[in-house]
Design a protein around this ligand. Structure first.
Ligand code: DOR
Ligand code: ZN
Length: 457
């Protein structure tokens, strides 16, 4: 790809975020090339041959324009594990990956289970300015699964928390889960469940199946995930609340979600990029970079997850970006922490698994990575581009009047993953050395570039 227009010395406006950007030749959601004019936080004009004297001009010929991506599941590790990631480093990684909003998981140290901690994370996000940070609040105090956290105080805090999760841990007590679902109904919050029956997964190291049997590693049965999803879907249906299922990983989970949705219950679900691509065969290397929770499953599961995401049974992609310091990850398999980086590779893996396979078009990808996660996370309209009527129709998200959260992707670019070049503080990517399709060239957050020419602004 040729060098884009020289935007090294762009006009940032008067500091109030009201600079104007003329994006020449973009293809909104993969459609025919047009020009797009951003003025401050909104897209003001879309059409052929626009002129905007004095505006910054970006030659975006052939680039796909997508709404700014929204990640419902990011571990930013601050406060507490700033050696692995900080809000600043994680949101730089997010912007480079095309994200304009990330939801920061609550399993920090201290846990984000009070108004004080969620406000701290929210303020750190604002100070860094690379993308919006929406803190997720813990469901239970200290993620211990024994007593509900201060859900109301977190919801009414400056961070206005709407998503609650004990992610990393399952809320395994059915009564607590029911109470949490009832509690958040008042403010249309959602409980995001890490579905893992703890007793069935004691000591588990990888997916339970032929590979775990061969390796002699304790297995993690699919039923441990599926049982919790079924139970929680029943509870959500019973109390009429919103349940979101984190990182579904099995074909059986897709079937249960399909059943729950057929009942009209308010159940949504996400799948990670790694579960759309990688299988448990990788564990045969004993390289802990492939250790993750939930574990990598079989090729049959991967196929069912892709089909479920394509037909809408699974609502969206979420990264589960899980940075880990070398001393926690580069150790023997059993001692290594589960989790892998995701923010800087998510869009490429999604393109590889869903677009290049013909399962989704660009509008479908925009729905699964921006519109639908924005809706599940309860982002206010204008915060991120999405359809105004709440439908999955992405038409309109990149038209005049919409929020100027835009990512420009070079669909023809191929790039080789070099962990050393990541903005993340951690290096635990399973894709090191892999050649991936699709490269983020620019990201705009409310009309302000956070990434230009593939680099942080
Ligand atoms: O692999 C994972 N890592 N899964 C989780 O649920 C938690 C996460 C983490 O915090 O590292
Ligand atoms: Zn989890």
């Amino acid at each position: 790809m040729t060098q884009r227009a020289n935007v090294a010395a762009f006009d940032p406006g008067n500091g109030n975020g009201n600079a104007r950007w003329l994006l020449r030749g973009v293809r909104p959601l993969g459609a025919a090339a047009v020009d797009m004019l951003l003025a401050g936080p909104v897209i003001v004009e879309v059409g052929p041959g626009l002129s905007a004297p004095g505006a910054n001009v970006l030659d975006a010929d052939g680039l796909i324009a997508l709404p700014g991506l929204v990640d419902l599941h990011t571990h930013l590790r601050e406060p507490g594990r700033e050696d692995a990631e900080t809000v600043a480093s994680g949101t730089r990684a997010a912007a480079l990956g095309g994200f304009t909003t990330v939801f920061a998981m609550a399993n920090t140290e201290p846990v984000a289970d009070t108004a004080g901690v969620v406000e701290q994370v929210w303020r750190l996000g604002q100070a860094a300015g690379h993308c919006d940070v929406c803190p997720v609040g813990a469901v239970t105090e200290g993620l211990r699964g024994a007593r509900l956290a201060e859900l109301g105080a977190m919801a009414s805090s400056a961070a206005a928390v709407r998503v609650f999760s004990d992610d990393g841990n399952c809320v395994s007590d059915a009564v607590l889960m029911r109470r949490a679902l009832e509690y958040v109904k008042a403010f249309d919050g959602v409980i995001a469940q890490h579905a893992q029956e703890p007793r069935l997964t004691e000591g588990a190291q990888m997916n339970e199946g032929a590979v775990s049997a061969r390796l002699g590693l304790p297995g993690w049965p699919a039923a441990a995930e599926e049982a919790v999803i079924a139970r929680d879907a029943l509870l959500a249906g019973h109390v009429g609340s919103r349940l979101h299922v984190c990182h579904v990983s099995t074909a059986g989970s897709v079937e249960i979600l399909r059943w729950a949705k057929s009942k009209g219950w308010r159940v949504t679900a996400e799948v990670t990029p790694h579960h759309l691509l990688l299988t448990d065969e990788l564990a045969t290397s004993y390289d802990p970079v492939y250790k993750v929770n939930p574990p990598l499953r079989t090729a049959t599961d991967v196929e069912a997850l892709r089909a479920g995401l394509a037909d809408g049974t699974i609502d969206c992609i979420a990264t589960d970006h899980a940075p880990h310091a070398p001393q926690d990850k580069e150790t023997e398999w059993a001692a290594a922490r589960p989790g892998m980086l995701g923010l800087e590779t998510a869009l490429s893996i999604a393109i590889m698994t869903m677009v290049e396979t013909g399962l989704l078009d660009w509008a479908g990808l925009a729905d699964r990575m921006a519109g639908t996660p924005a809706r599940i996370g309860g982002l206010p309209a204008g915060h991120s581009p999405r359809s105004t009527d709440g439908s999955r129709d992405m038409a309109g998200v990149l038209s005049a009047g919409a929020a100027a959260n835009v990512v420009l992707v070079d669909p023809a670019a191929r790039w080789t993953v070099d962990p050393a070049a990541f903005a993340s503080r951690s290096r635990n990517t399973p894709y090191a050395g892999r050649k991936l399709p699709g490269r983020v060239q620019a990201t705009f957050l409310r009309g302000r570039p956070t990434v230009l020419d593939g680099k942080i602004v």
